[in-house]
Design a protein around this ligand. Structure first.
Ligand code: FAD
Length: 387
């Protein structure tokens, strides 16, 4: 086993880290205060990132992306965790993997402009009546005699909806059949509802979508009819590892660095608070858990690069990394004391932003269910490469 990063990987991480420190972190407070990112600043970020080849890095080189391995992508995503969601979206893109199923004219219209940063997309699966049970959706697409579709239904909690030019929408195309469609904003009958105000992730809109007999051309169908659930779940598996697992590790590392700094700087009873063993326990537990989570993330990415089925390891990563982040930010508030709760410092923001990690892309309970069922079937050695 070789646990070392090569020189290219170290350079990639250093480039992303520098970009975030120079261009994104300075915007965080303003986004938090205003609740939105200025569109001109967003455009500047996109141009700078594209100039360095950092936009759409998760996509293959053949369609204009970065052509990174899963492990390389994960290394970048870990760095993304050091800043806020909306800044990552605008600077590095959020190009969803199912778009790689685009064929012929679909590529020119949806895939290539998304990778180039000319069109932004969002993914719309969740509905008011169907969250964890993503197969319980009610949104329907009815095929018409001329091959077009009529889309009827509603979605909610759709991240980045306001900025997005088109949406990957899951819809029922038969009683037991779910398909995925590419739906352009602005089509007659398609309206955006309210921005659903969230506890954290300030600056990223999360919106309702309403479809009232929206007519979709035949080419709006992505992949095969009836493949929609498979497409969505396949994509979300990688998204979960990257945008939840790796970013949670990055975010927890960032918070932990600040906590370590504060433990050395803040003095009470004549000593730095980091000299007190009860504070040291919080620091040590955080460092142990973050490092364990990091290797779980890297290992799952390595498995994907070997072409291995990583669904179970990714479910474990999702739970462990998200819950590690939760524990680390909670300890950070404690170590910072009143300043951890006070809006003069960003610690309370990290605390709010972290909470969603246990909920989106499959809740901890759903993933624990997946892990338990697999373990009951295959035994604990399921996760032992030497077994
Ligand atoms: C900030 C934010 C951004 C989001 N972005 C998007 C997006 O871009 N696109 C999109 O499609 N969706 C998005 N979502 C939706 C998100 O994926 C769902 O909120 C999530 O899947 C949980 O669904 P739910 O909220 O309906 O909760 P529910 O499914 O109602 O779950 C409620 C509780 O019941 C538990 N539960 C449910 N079923 C089981 C079970 N079988 N066993 C044990 N416990 C169970 C859950 O774990 C949870 O604790 C977003 C949500 C938020 C809050």
């Amino acid at each position: 086993m070789d646990f070392a990063l090569n020189d290219e990987q170290k350079m990639l991480v250093a480039t992303v880290r520098r970009f975030i420190a120079e261009h994104l972190r300075p915007l965080e407070d303003e986004v938090e205060a205003r609740g939105q990112l200025d569109p001109q600043q967003a455009q500047d970020l996109l141009q700078r990132s594209r100039a360095l080849g950092l936009y759409g890095m998760n996509m293959p080189a053949g369609v204009g992306g970065g052509g990174l391995s899963h492990l390389d992508r994960i290394l970048c995503e870990e760095q993304f965790g050091h800043t806020t969601d909306i800044l990552i979206r605008r600077a590095f893109g959020n190009v969803y993997e199912p778009l790689l199923h685009c064929r012929d004219a679909q590529r020119e219209r949806w895939l290539l402009p998304a990778v180039a940063g000319e069109r932004t997309c969002a993914i719309a699966i969740t509905e008011p009546g169907a969250g964890s049970d993503a197969q319980g959706i009610r949104t329907q697409a009815r095929e018409q005699p001329d091959g077009s579709w009529l889309l009827q239904g509603a979605k909610h909690f759709i991240s980045d909806a306001q900025w997005s030019d088109f949406f990957l929408v899951s819809a029922r195309t038969g009683e037991r059949e779910i398909s995925m469609f590419m739906v352009d904003k602005g089509l007659p009958g398609f309206t955006l509802g309210k921005d659903q105000s969230m506890m954290g992730l300030r600056g990223t809109p999360h919106m309702e979508l309403f479809f009232d007999d929206v007519r979709l051309e035949p080419q709006a169908l992505l992949g095969q009819r009836g493949q929609g659930f498979k497409l969505a779940m396949g994509a979300l598996n990688v998204v979960r590892l990257a945008q939840v697992g790796a970013r949670a590790v990055g975010k927890a590392s960032h918070v932990c660095e600040r906590m370590l700094g504060w433990a050395q700087e803040r003095r009470q009873f004549g000593s730095p608070i980091g000299d007190f063993q009860m504070v040291q326990q919080m620091l040590a537990d955080s460092v142990i858990e973050i490092n364990a989570a990091r290797w779980m993330v890297y290992h799952a990415a390595w498995m994907l690069d070997q072409g291995l089925d990583a669904r179970e390891p990714i479910a474990m990563v999702k739970v462990h990394a998200a819950e590690t982040l939760g524990r680390v930010v909670d300890r950070a508030v404690q170590v910072f004391g009143g300043m951890g709760y006070c809006r003069d410092l960003p610690i309370e923001r990290y605390y709010r932003d972290a909470r969603i990690y246990r909920i989106f892309d499959g809740t901890s309970e759903i993933h624990r269910g997946v892990i338990a069922r697999s373990a009951l079937r295959k035994g604990a050695a399921l996760f032992d490469p030497a077994a």
